[in-house]
Ligand binder design. Structure first.
Ligand SMILES: [Ca+2]
Ligand SMILES: [Ca+2]
Length: 321
């Protein structure tokens, strides 16, 4: 009996090896097929971490086998020169807004209404929204008869029409939310004639190219001249897809640094860079068109640099709590 059990066990192992083999072959085929839809992480945490850690182990989950590096259809990363602030893509249209604000209770209710053709069929949609931070009020966005309930922390009643991608005939709806603690962002909605789809959100200082490509402020080296970015997002099939960006092109290059940031002199830093970060006032420095060389990039707001006099150090910026 024991013997037969072992044979069955060995057969099972062999079979599963064959199955895993088949799957990885399939995955290679998929990754050759240039267009990779890499689903964004469910939590918007630091996207670069972990990506490098998931090693070369053979795993049988299809999703884990997808490459972490994903680039766009046309194979080239966007040129930051084509990007500008979100408000440049707003349509010149004002919604009617009525507000009910109770300053004492810090409760705000905005009722928004307007008419605009969102799906490009020439017929204006009836657009309504209720945006409130009052728990007793249901916040929602409504296009014709379709309602999407939303959660708003600190709405201001600002609703805009925006063209996220000039390659399609849609115009999107955007409403502003100041967030729970100064995290201002826009939430986007697309009406395709049948559905009203919540696309996701983008922080207010994001930039976009008007062709469905976006760079979040958190991924932007804004204090540098020329500015650089560490990753970007692409609107594909009604989702903002995270795209990694090759950082090697910035390493060893000279930049001008402006504004105030934290600087800790260090000869060497590695992946444990965060252990050196303090938020003491003494580590703050003001830079005015200071020539620097980028030695390493941990994220867009944490960079290892070398100053003109040869001093090296970790430069980092406050990104909110
Ligand atoms: Ca329409
Ligand atoms: Ca469009």
């Amino acid at each position: 009996m024991m013997k037969r059990g072992s044979i069955i066990l060995i057969a099972c192992i062999l079979l599963s090896c064959i199955l895993v083999g088949c799957k990885s072959e399939k995955s290679t085929e998929d990754s050759n097929n240039k267009y990779v839809t890499n689903k964004p992480e469910p939590t918007e945490a630091v996207p670069t971490e972990g990506a490098a850690e998931s090693g070369s182990e053979v795993v049988d989950s299809q999703s884990q086998q997808e490459p972490n590096l994903s680039y766009s259809d046309n194979g080239s990363d966007p040129d930051i020169k084509d990007f500008s602030k979100l408000s440049n893509y707003f349509k010149d249209y004002d919604f009617a807004v009525t507000s009910n604000v109770n300053e004492d209770l810090y409760i705000k209710i905005y009722e928004v209404s307007g008419n605009y053709d969102l799906n490009g069929d020439g017929i204006k949609e009836n657009i309504e929204a209720v945006l409130s931070n009052d728990y007793d009020v249901n916040s929602y966005v409504k296009v014709n008869d379709i309602i999407v309930e939303v959660y708003t922390d600190n709405p201001t009643g600002e609703v805009k029409i925006i063209d996220l991608d000039s390659n399609d005939s849609y115009l999107e709806l955007a409403y502003f939310d100041d967030g729970p603690s100064g995290d201002p962002h826009y939430k986007f909605f697309r009406y395709n004639g049948e559905e009203l789809i919540a696309l996701g959100e983008m922080d207010i200082n994001s930039i976009m190219d008007g062709r469905g490509r976006f760079i979040s402020w958190f991924d932007l080296g804004v204090n540098f001249k020329p500015p650089f970015y560490t990753s970007w997002k692409e609107l594909v099939d009604n989702e903002f897809i995270h795209r990694d960006h090759d950082l090697d092109q910035y390493i060893g290059k000279n930049y001008e640094l402006c504004g105030s940031g934290y600087f800790v002199p260090l000869d060497k830093v590695s992946e444990d860079y965060y252990e050196y970060m303090t938020w003491d006032f003494e580590t703050m420095r003001d830079f005015e068109a200071t020539p620097i060389k980028i030695l390493d990039i941990y994220n867009a707001k944490t960079i290892f640099i070398e100053l003109e006099d040869g001093q090296k150090g970790l430069l980092y910026f406050w990104v909110g709590d």
